[in-house]
Design a protein around this ligand. Structure first.
Ligand code: AP5
Ligand code: MG
Length: 213
C-alpha cells in the first residue's frame, strides 16, 4: 500500500487537483468529504461533526482516524491512496504512519500546496458546490455550463456552509496553528514536493504531473 499526502490550506485546491491522482489510479481519501457524507446520513459521528465543520473547527482526531482506518481495512496491498486533508494534526500524522506500517505500506510523497491567504479567500468565496454529487465549481475560474446548476445532475449549486468570510479566516488560523507544523514533521523524510498552488488549475495540474513522473 502506497500513500501520498496532499498538504495545503483550505481552498488551496486539494480537491480540484486530486482528479489528477484519480486518473493515475489513486483512491481519493478526503476526510472532509467523508465527514460531509456522515453529516448527510445523520450518523452519530456526523451529528457530532456538523457543528464543528460549520464553525471551521477540527473534528476530533479519534473520529477522523477511525474513519480512515475503517476505510483502509479491507483494501489490498497493491492499492494507492491519496490523502486529501488528512493528516491535519501531529497525532493524525503518527496514526497514519502506524496504519500504513500495519499494512506493510509507506508514504511515497507529501505534496505541499503553497497558496497565499488572499488567493484562498477569493477562491473559497467564489466556490459553489453540488450537495447531491459533490462536484465543485468556481464562479469565474471553473464555472458550470449553465449558471448556478450542476453540470452532472442539474442541482442548484450552493455555497458551502463553512465558506463564509468569518469561518474562512478561522480555518486559515487553525491550519497555521495545527497543520502547518506537519511540514517540519515530514521534512526529514525528504518526501516533500512543493507546488505553487496559486497558479491556474491547468498549471497546477501540469506541476503535479511533473512531480509524479
Ligand atoms: P475539507 O473539506 O478538507 O476542507 P478544507 O481543508 O478547508 O479544504 P477545502 O475543501 O475547503 O479546499 P480545497 O483545498 O479542497 O480546495 P478546492 O479544490 O475545493 O474539510 C472541511 C472540514 O472538515 C474542516 O474544516 C474540519 O472541520 C473537518 N475535517 C476534515 N478533515 C479533518 C481532519 N483530518 N481532522 C479534523 N477535522 C477535519 O478549491 C477551492 C475553490 O478554488 C474551488 O471553487 C475551485 O474550483 C477553485 N480552484 C481550485 N484550484 C484552483 C486554481 N488552481 N486556480 C483557480 N481556482 C481554483
Ligand atoms: Mg476539499
Amino acid at each position: 500500500m502506497t500513500g501520498i499526502v496532499l498538504l495545503g490550506p483550505p481552498g488551496a485546491g486539494k480537491g480540484t487537483v486530486s482528479k489528477v491522482f484519480a486518473e493515475k489510479g489513486f483512491v481519493h481519501v478526503s476526510t472532509g468529504e467523508l465527514l460531509r457524507d456522515q453529516i448527510r446520513q445523520k450518523t452519530p459521528a456526523g451529528i457530532e461533526a456538523k457543528l464543528r465543520l460549520d464553525q471551521g473547527k477540527f473534528v476530533s482526531d479519534k473520529i477522523v482516524v477511525e474513519m480512515v482506518r475503517d476505510l483502509l481495512k479491507n483494501t489490498d496491498s497493491t492499492q494507492k491512496f491519496l490523502f486529501d486533508g488528512f493528516p491535519r494534526t501531529l497525532i493524525q500524522a503518527k496514526e497514519l504512519d502506524a496504519i500504513l506500517q500495519s499494512f506493510g505500506g509507506k508514504l511515497a510523497a507529501i505534496i505541499q500546496l503553497d497558496c497565499p491567504d488572499e488567493v484562498i479567500i477569493e477562491r473559497l468565496s467564489g466556490r459553489r458546490v453540488c450537495n447531491k454529487c459533490g462536484s465543485v465549481y468556481h464562479l469565474s475560474h471553473n464555472p458550470p455550463s449553465s449558471e448556478g446548476k450542476c453540470d452532472f445532475d442539474g442541482s442548484i449549486l450552493q455555497l458551502r456552509p463553512d465558506d463564509t468570510s468569518e469561518t474562512i479566516k478561522k480555518r486559515l488560523a487553525i491550519y497555521a496553528e495545527q497543520t502547518a507544523p506537519l511540514i517540519d514533521y515530514y521534512r526529514s523524510s525528504g518526501l516533500i514536493r512543493r507546488i505553487d498552488a496559486s497558479l491556474t488549475i491547468e498549471e497546477v495540474r501540469c506541476a503535479v504531473l511533473e512531480r509524479l513522473a
